[in-house]
Design a protein around this ligand. Structure first.
Ligand SMILES: Nc1nc2c(ncn2[C@@H]2O[C@H](COP(=O)(O)OP(=O)(O)OP(=O)(O)O)[C@@H](O)[C@H]2O)c(=O)[nH]1
Length: 623
């Protein structure tokens, strides 16, 4: 019989030997959230009638897309049915982690709060790129790894084949690979028993000054920031004053407790425990993931390892479609930032698009999620400029401007331009090796190595410029491998590259929103594509409009929109002056929806179409 919440020891009095902190790591869609749901049900913390799919994924976007963005921690009681521990109530703290590469830092913090992890692999898919990436993170954190195959109920499942692959990968016996169905619940109780048996209890010094690691921080409109922590040493008590080691800021612990899965206050959290705390701060940047919390009096001086500020990797300009929405956009970004320490933005003005913001994101999924939230939760209609990475330019005079907006690329004498590079891991059936290599080649990649995971599955490792993969790389990879390849990447360093700024000019005037930084070998193709696209999109004017793509003063492509004289009065034969006036009014109305660049009128839609993806090489990101 599983223990019920009522017979679980009070949090602060828990013996660390009875605590197991673990997380579930998996490639996207391999069933992590579904497995978490089953565990909540089996341990009795969520009753059958309250159960809804993906209980832990609270955000609307998370639920709709079926992905986990913010991690959460849940306390569950469990008394194993077999073995030496049978019948003893243990406390399992399960930390649900985000699965996407954009949020790797959060995954790694969540892992640092655990002693063990469940490595979940879809029995119909096998090992994928993020399985590997997460496994490496778990190994770096020296976690005990429990290999598990999920979805064994599927007719397409090949549990024997993939158990062998998984055992080979982590170097264990095939029999040690557990087989479960998160959907039907088969094997999940045995898995919980194994968690108690295999995951070591937390070790920490009870008498030492308190040290707790923040692994998540969430903004709640009613309660302010809820901070999720693991107490590594000592103890945190309600009402005590705490200090953040990275900033020195102090706060009072207004509430402390554990989620199971609703927040349940207690008098404190002791060594090894995982829980939440509330201090009344209103901004997650005051309670940053990775930071160490200690007590103000007799506190620790040395931080726990692994604190780093999230660094935006991708930038895009966001402009309200209707200029008068600018204040709303600013308020909306302010609100989103309360819950997202990685989101950065500053006002910017574009001659073509008006007032807006340059916004920095961790990656394309992050960008898409923010954009969608701005549009959906705040009802804003936006134009987003093509996303770009961050460039470091070294000028001949020694200046080193950092460029986050292509239109601000310096014009003086440039010695070197550096772009960020990533280390990418690609996994696919071996028949696609040729296609993948060809794709990486065109994206300026260099092969680091290749390994066969089994007879027919191969892992390729590449160094690739971030700019070449953040846009449509994943789509191209999927279409070249019929959806079989998976990708994971991590930023590594930067490299010097022959990069140039391509400007687009309408009737001799630069359109800042269309400037792009591209490799010089690709500049011509980019220029031709943009010019011909704009020729289709820009309506004829009363004079000829040349569209040019240029690098500095050198024009590399040109198209022309031919002149037309649109005589609105031609239809009025007679001298009815009021009718004439009406027509002129109407024409004026139409002009309102035009943006004027120099002398050229460009319809709003042309901007949206030109900046949106399709064939421009900057397609919409997919997860
Ligand atoms: N047949 C079957 N389907 C499953 C099982 N476990 C999960 N699924 C399905 O697989 C899909 C993905 O499951 P999720 O639990 O959302 O996967 P996830 O790993 O949490 O995904 P992310 O949160 O995006 O990382 C869903 O449609 C689930 O219903 C299983 O054991 N059997």
């Amino acid at each position: 019989m599983p223990a019920t919440p009522s017979n679980v020891p009070e949090p602060s009095r828990t013996d660390p030997a009875l605590i197991r902190n673990f997380c579930i790591i998996a490639h996207i869609d391999h069933g992590k959230s579904t497995l978490a749901d089953r565990m909540l049900q089996l341990t009795g913390v969520v009753e059958q009638r309250q159960m809804r799919a993906q209980y832990l994924d609270r955000m609307d976007i998370e639920r709709e897309r079926g992905i986990t963005i913010k991690s959460q921690a849940v306390r569950m009681p469990w008394a194993p049915t077999e073995g030496g521990d049978s019948g003893t109530a243990h406390i399992l703290n399960m930390i649900d982690t985000p699965g996407h590469v954009d949020f790797t830092y959060e995954v790694s913090r969540s892992l640092a709060a655990c002693e063990g992890c469940v490595l979940l692999v879809d029995a119909a898919q096998g090992i994928e790129a993020q399985t590997l990436a997460n496994l490496y993170l778990a190994m770096e954190n020296e976690l005990t790894i429990i290999p598990v195959l999920n979805k064994i109920d599927l007719p397409a499942a090949q549990p024997e084949k993939f158990a062998a692959e998984l055992a080979h990968l982590i170097g264990c016996d095939v029999e040690d690979v557990l087989k479960v169905s998160a959907k039907t619940g088969e094997g999940v109780d045995r898995l919980l028993d194994e968690v108690v048996k295999l995951v070591p209890p937390p070790v920490g010094v009870k008498e030492a000054p308190a040290r707790a690691m923040i692994f998540d921080s969430v903004y709640d409109a009613y309660r302010g920031v809820v901070t999720y922590v693991k107490v590594v040493d000592g103890k945190l008590n309600k009402r005590e004053r705490i200090k953040m080691l990275s900033t020195g800021a102090t706060h009072e612990l207004l509430e402390i407790g554990a989620s199971s899965p609703e927040m349940t206050p207690s008098d404190g959290l002791a060594v090894g425990e995982v829980g939440y705390l509330i201090t009344g701060v209103k901004d997650v940047r005051q309670s940053k993931v990775g930071d160490t919390i200690t007590l103000l009096h007799k506190g620790a001086t040395e931080a726990l390892p692994g604190y780093s500020d999230p660094k935006p990797m991708v930038f895009s300009g966001l402009y309200p479609l209707d200029g008068s929405d600018y204040p709303e956009l600013r308020d909306a970004l302010d609100k989103l930032q309360l819950n997202d320490a990685a989101l950065v933005y500053e006002p910017e003005t574009s001659a073509a698009l008006g007032f807006g913001f340059r916004v920095g994101f961790l990656g394309l999924l992050h960008l898409e999620v923010i954009r969608e939230r701005l549009e959906r939760e705040f009802g804003l209609a936006l134009i987003a400029t093509a996303p770009n990475v961050v460039y470091r330019v070294v000028m001949e005079d020694g200046e080193e401007p950092i460029v986050t907006n292509p239109s601000e690329f310096p014009t003086g004498k440039i010695a070197e331009v550096y772009e960020p590079v990533v280390r990418a891991t690609l996994l696919a059936p071996s028949e696609f090796i040729g296609a993948i290599m060809e794709l990486c080649q065109t994206r300026r990649g260099s092969l680091l190595g290749m390994d066969y995971l089994s007879e027919d599955r191969v892992e390729l490792r590449y160094t690739l410029p971030l700019a070449e993969i953040v846009f449509d790389f994943f789509d191209a990879l999927k279409s070249k491998t019929r959806g079989y390849a998976s990708l994971d990447y991590e930023p590594t360093s930067e490299q010097s590259a022959a990069l140039v700024k391509v400007d687009i000019l309408l009737h001799g005037d630069k359109v800042d929103a269309f400037s792009a930084i591209v490799h010089k070998d690709k500049a011509y193709a980019y220029g031709v594509r943009m010019a011909s696209k704009l020729r289709e999109l820009i309506p004829r004017q009363q004079f000829e409009v040349p569209i040019q793509a240029a690098i500095g003063s050198r024009v590399i492509a040109r198209e022309t929109v031919r002149a037309i004289r649109k005589d609105v009065l031609a239809k009025c034969y007679g001298g009815d002056i009021s009718r004439k006036r009406k027509l002129l009014e109407k024409q004026k109305e139409g002009k309102k929806r035009m943006k004027v660049v120099g002398r050229v009128e460009v319809p709003q839609e042309a901007f949206i179409a030109a900046l949106s993806s399709d064939d421009s090489g900057e397609s919409k990101p997919k997860k």
